[in-house]
Design a protein around this ligand. Structure first.
Ligand code: TXA
Ligand code: MG
Length: 334
């Protein structure tokens, strides 16, 4: 019997107590039953942990927004377990359909989210009132098993409190949601550690709304006219982009270039004010990407006040790291 039931800190009498169940790989059917019951269950994916609910049940989806403290105008991604299910929930025209087929053949299951015109059955709560919806088929086997066992697509944002760093380990999800959701599927740390690349296929030319580990150059082989984020600027086309994100409690100083004077000023100030400083150098970018959220969260656990991030190469996966760190930054120093 592998279901562990955990009780969390007592809540004030005015708030009801909840139990968050921990499910292992043996309990996927039990986790799926919670989804069928309209509850929220966190689950692992290869990118980051997700906070899932039945995407066709608007009350269940509402619970995700409440648990995360997420603004209601920020849409959720549909997670499916079979490639062709994308055509159940979206209605691309013939031309778009061809592109989708090529992309999912190459990149699914995996860290690519495709934005397409949605069909009516997807509640407005999921798409935040938009006529489009983002769909992705995660590569993680437990995620696939959960979706199949639930028998419905899962609406799932990253499993973190809104504005905070994403969760790449079970413990991160536990810290944020213990007592707030029905359960968590416990697994190993996320393989990639960075959220999926989001591509909007409803605009012409198609555009990357959020960079990820699948890079523009990988996608351009299939979408030659793809617009890169840095070319369209930072226009908040993806509703989620306009909010502060990924930010730890510690103040993050992100150095775009070497600036010895400013670097030393910050460190000197920390010393004067007895503040704890920590330095990140994202040299080995793939590895840094995998550990970035863990490092940000750990800094908070260790009572770090100030994080200084050394300049790094912003091409390739560096573009994705820069995109995330920029949003987590208190100040960007050029
Ligand atoms: O890797 C991932 O994508 C993870 C895992 C759990 O799958 N999920 C994730 O979800 O990062 P979330 O909600 O944290 O980020 C989804 C992003 C947001 O920036 C949201 O605004 C954007 O995708 N998005 C979702 N649906 C959209 C739509 N219809 N149009 C434009 N942007 C959309
Ligand atoms: Mg997120």
């Amino acid at each position: 019997m592998a279901v562990i039931v955990a009780f969390y800190r007592p809540l004030p009498a005015s708030r009801s107590k909840r139990m968050t169940q921990i499910f292992t790989h043996r309990d996927i059917n039990k986790a799926a039953q919670q989804i069928k019951n309209g509850e929220v269950v966190a689950f692992p994916t290869e990118t980051v942990y997700g906070l899932g609910a039945n995407a066709l049940d608007k009350d269940a989806v509402q619970k995700i927004f409440r648990a995360k403290g997420r603004p209601s105008d920020n849409p959720l991604i549909l997670h499916i377990a079979r490639k062709n299910d994308i055509f159940k929930w979206t209605c691309p025209n013939a031309d778009l359909k061809k592109k989708v087929r090529l992309l999912i053949r190459e990149f699914w299951p995996g860290p690519l989210t495709l934005i397409l015109p949605k069909i009516g059955e997807i509640p407005q709560t999921v798409s935040a009132g938009l006529e489009t919806v983002g769909v992705r088929m995660p590569a993680n086997r437990l995620a696939q098993k959960l979706i199949k066992a639930a028998g419905v697509p899962l609406a799932a944002p990253s499993a973190n409190l809104s504005g905070k760093p994403s969760s790449t380990r079970f413990e991160h999800v536990w810290d944020d949601f213990n007592g707030k959701i029905a359960g968590i599927v416990k697994s190993s740390p996320s393989k990639i550690g960075l959220e999926s690349t989001v591509v909007d296929l409803t605009v012409s030319p198609p555009a990357i709304l959020r960079p990820g580990s699948i890079l523009p150059e990988d996608l351009q082989k299939f979408l030659p006219d793809l617009t890169l984020l840095n070319k369209v600027g930072e226009i908040a086309k993806s509703p989620g982009m306009k909010y502060k994100h990924y930010a730890p409690e510690a103040l993050v100083y992100l150095f775009e270039n070497e600036n010895e004077t400013k670097w030393n000023d910050i460190l000197l100030n920390c010393k004067k004010e007895h503040k704890k400083a920590r330095i990140f150098s994202p040299d080995h970018q793939k590895n840094f990407g995998k550990l970035m959220y863990e490092l940000l969260r750990k800094a908070d656990k260790d009572g770090v006040d100030v994080i200084l991030i050394k300049p790094f190469n912003r091409s390739g996966i560096g573009q994705t790291l820069w995109n995330r760190l920029k949003k987590s930054a208190f100040e960007i120093i050029s």
